[in-house]
Design a protein around this ligand. Sequence first.
Ligand code: UTP
Length: 291
Amino acid sequence: MKVTKAVFPVAGLGTRFLPATKASPKEMLTVVDKPLIQYAVEEAIEAGIKDLIFVTSTHKRAIEDHFDKNFELEYNLEQKNKLEMLEMVQNILPPDVNCAYVRQKEALGLGHAVLCAKPLVGNEPFAVLLADDLISNSDSGALSQMMKQYYYQKCGVIAVQEVPKKDTGSYGIVKTRADKSIEAIVEKPAPEKAPSTQAVVGRYILTPEIFSLLEQVGKGAGGEIQLTDAIARLIDSQRLIAYPFQGKRYDCGDKLGFLIANFELACKDKALGQSFAEYVSKAMSKQSQSN
Ligand code: UTP
């Protein structure tokens, strides 16, 4: 069955970015000139997604507004003949892509956020994208690569990447068989208990059977309803593969990862890259001279 729906859980509290995230969503934090959520949405659209389902909470209005029409701005840009900018704001979403919003009333965890999308997803396979994992790619996006696997292998797909052993406690960790099918998955295991160093990254293609399992799993790591725990049950009845995608992932849910993403993407930016890189290199050499 074709995958045309993607769920974007954007209802987290974003406490690692306080005070920036007190009244505005973490997913609207900007990397160079685009909010994190727009990078994820563009990746989904490139992969053939037509229905974007945002799981939101209070203080997330900015996300709805970002993907909505802004008549006043468009009128103003048109009057001032700023046509390039006008085109840019009008084309944030292609005309055949729809947005739907559902509220997660309480931040009970990622698994609970995905479950909130059940009425909008229905009985279909769907993608999940966490916008705070920004994946940059010069070729095809991470979700496109995963879609190929989904259609070829005819089973759910979870994006993974290798992490240092000391960091396993920050991720869902998978153990795979030779054919890449997932044998075990554990949320945030301590390094000595981790079954491997293959960490789950925020991209999933899941079958709708996950919903009834999410309804059954109770609170897990951190007292939250974990998507990982439902996936751990799903693999008892379905094949699911771990896919080590091509591309660089930036952990933008974390301040250092977010700053690195801004630095690296700014250096690659067509308009800014050269002058930004020159500035940084001068600033660095000045700093090392003064040390
Ligand atoms: P995180 O684990 O990064 O949590 O969520 P967070 O609340 O966003 O940030 P911190 O840790 O407090 O700084 C991973 C993803 O799951 C979503 C988040 O919005 C983020 O995209 N999420 C998490 C929800 O939608 N609802 C939740 O209850 C929890």
